[in-house]
Every structure is written in C-alpha cells, then in structure tokens.
Write a protein that binds this ligand. Structure first.
Ligand code: C2E
Ligand code: MG
Ligand code: MG
Ligand code: MG
Length: 281
C-alpha cells in the first residue's frame, strides 16, 4: 500500500526489490530479537593517554553475535538500524549495558571512562537526556565517567533540536566528543558553539600521517585549534609506533588504535589494562 500511495507501483512488482525488502524485514526481525535476547555485546577499545600512558578510558563498540550468521560488525547493522528507526532501541541497549559496566568498574574502585556512540536519530530524541540520567542513577554511575560520541552529520538534520539535546546531556556532567572529525563539513568555528569537550580526529587523517605532509599539517592545526578551544584531542585508528611518536610530538592527548589494543570483551579489556600498566608502551 505504501508503494501505491507514493506513486511507485513498480516497487510492488520488482522481484529484486521484493527480495531486498524481505531480506531487510527479516534482518529487522532478527535485530529486534537480538536486542531482546541479548545477542548484542559490547567490546571495549582503550584510549591511551600520551601524557602518562594511562589507559583509563575506553570506547564501547557494539557487536552482534547472530545465532546463524555469526559475528556481525556494527558497520553492517547500525546504518540499517538507523534507516528503520530501530536505532533508538539499539542505543538504549548499548547505553544501559555500557553504563552498567562502567558502574561496576567504579564500584570496584577501578573507574574507566566509557565512550558510547550516538546516532543522528538519537540527537533528535528529546527523551534521551532523561533516559541517560535515569541509567546513571540506577547504576550509581558518576556522569564524569561517561562520554557520548556524536558525528557532525548528526547535527545537520535539525541543528537547533540537536543542540537542545546536547545541552541537556552536557548539563548532566558527562563529556561529549565529536567523532570522525574532519570527514564532515563542519568547521571548528561551528563546533565551538556546541557543548563538546573532545575531538576525535578521523583515521583518514592518521593513516598516512608519517608520510603525508598535508595530513600532518591538518592534524597539527586541528590539535592546536582544538586545544585553544579547550577541547581534548584524540587520534583514532593509529596502527604503528612512528605515528604514535608524531602524535605525541604534536601534543595529541590520547590515542585509540590497534597499536595499543583492538576492541575486546570487558574481561579481556581488564586483563589487557593490567598488562599495559605493567609495561606501558
Ligand atoms: P567509530 O565510532 O569511529 O569507532 C572506531 C572504529 O574504528 C571501530 O570500528 C574500531 O574497531 C575501528 N578501529 C579502531 N582502531 C583501529 C585501527 O587502528 N585500525 C583500523 N583499521 N580500525 C580501527 P567498529 O567497531 O567496526 O565500529 C564501526 C563504527 O560503527 C563506529 O565507528 C561507529 O560509528 C559505529 N558503532 C559502533 N558501535 C556503535 C554503537 O554502539 N552505536 C552506534 N550508534 N554506532 C556504533
Ligand atoms: Mg566512535
Ligand atoms: Mg570514529
Ligand atoms: Mg564513526
């Protein structure tokens, strides 16, 4: 009926499109089950401080362990969840589990500041700040140990509504990071007006840092300007020691990348952290 209403009857008869829709409908059903049955799980990737080598922060990254299809990375279902609107349920699941885990680490006197990714649609959800506040209270989790990562594109759809949600989140006392910085179109002049505390420089600028002078200039000036605006600067996707050394010289605050650790289950993260503390790179 939807195809008829929108004047695209061919969609009803296109066999390719039909199977595409069926596949997506079954994927959506699967995803709903995944959330209900806890087939989702969170992996944690260290964000290592360059000043003192501490790995007291981590990004939570969702994975789907599908009963038949096995391990499904977020790149294969997050965009789909965004298109169908189901992302709000996914985000709620991720927030609940990340905050519960962080609360456990705080209670164990071993606090780790956890970053959670938000999607565009989440920023348009006026109920989100109250949900986050309730989860923090439920798990006795101080807001200072939570960071929410947003992307520039997340702000573009309805900037004033997104800004309202961000201001209310920030007022809870948590941190806000701009993820994948540099891949969108927003200037630091625009970002300055947002209540953000951290910039994460996208991996695209980091991969060739050691060999590409243009990228080096961009990264250095982003770090400098970020600092002048009072932001912490994190480099994403760092895979080798020479790049760590360059970023350290440039004054970058933290590094997240395979060079220090891949995303891993919570218990493996704790073991990794103990080993890392024994011999920081
Ligand atoms: P992101 O937020 O930018 O996360 C960083 C991604 O880079 C992760 O991929 C991480 O595994 C990968 N990465 C980290 N270090 C390296 C490195 O040294 N080399 C390379 N090649 N890759 C590295 P992942 O876990 O597959 O996640 C992909 C994207 O999916 C994330 O990008 C984020 O946008 C989205 N995502 C992940 N979890 C969630 C979630 O819980 N909610 C939402 N809304 N999105 C999520
Ligand atoms: Mg992220
Ligand atoms: Mg990123
Ligand atoms: Mg991303």
């Amino acid at each position: 009926y939807r195809a008829k209403r929108s004047g695209e009857p061919q969609m009803l008869y296109d066999p390719g499109m039909q199977s595409f829709r069926e596949e997506h409908l079954s994927l959506l059903g699967d995803l709903q089950q995944a959330v209900e049955r806890n087939e989702l799980t969170l992996y944690y990737q260290p964000k290592v401080s360059l000043a003192d080598g501490r790995a007291d922060e981590a990004e939570a990254l969702v994975r789907w362990i599908h009963p038949d299809k096995g391990f499904i990375p977020p790149g294969e279902f997050i965009p789909f969840a965004e298109q169908t609107g189901y992302i709000r349920e996914v985000t709620r699941w991720v927030l609940a589990h990340a905050i519960a885990q962080a609360g456990q680490w705080v209670a164990a006197d071993h606090p780790i500041k956890i970053s959670v990714n938000l999607s565009t649609r989440d920023l348009l959800d006026p109920g989100l700040p109250d949900q986050v506040a309730a989860l923090l209270a439920q798990h006795a989790m101080p807001a200072q140990y939570l960071c929410l990562e947003i992307t520039e594109s997340g702000l573009m759809e309805d900037p004033s509504r997104a800004l309202d949600v961000l201001n209310r989140l920030r007022a809870l006392g948590l941190s806000l990071a701009i993820d994948d910085y540099g891949t969108g179109y927003s200037s630091l002049a625009y970002i300055r007006r947002l209540p953000v505390t951290e910039l994460k420089i996208d991996r695209a600028f980091v991969i060739e840092l050691a060999h590409n002078d243009g990228d080096a200039q961009i990264v250095q000036s982003t770090i400098d300007l970020g600092h002048r605006l009072g932001l912490k600067v994190v480099a994403e996707g760092v895979e080798d020691q020479p790049t760590v050394a360059i970023l350290a010289r440039m004054g970058c605050d933290r590094i997240q990348g395979y060079v220090f650790g891949k995303p891993m289950p919570a218990d493996a993260f704790v073991r990794w952290q103990q080993e890392h503390a024994a011999s920081p790179a």
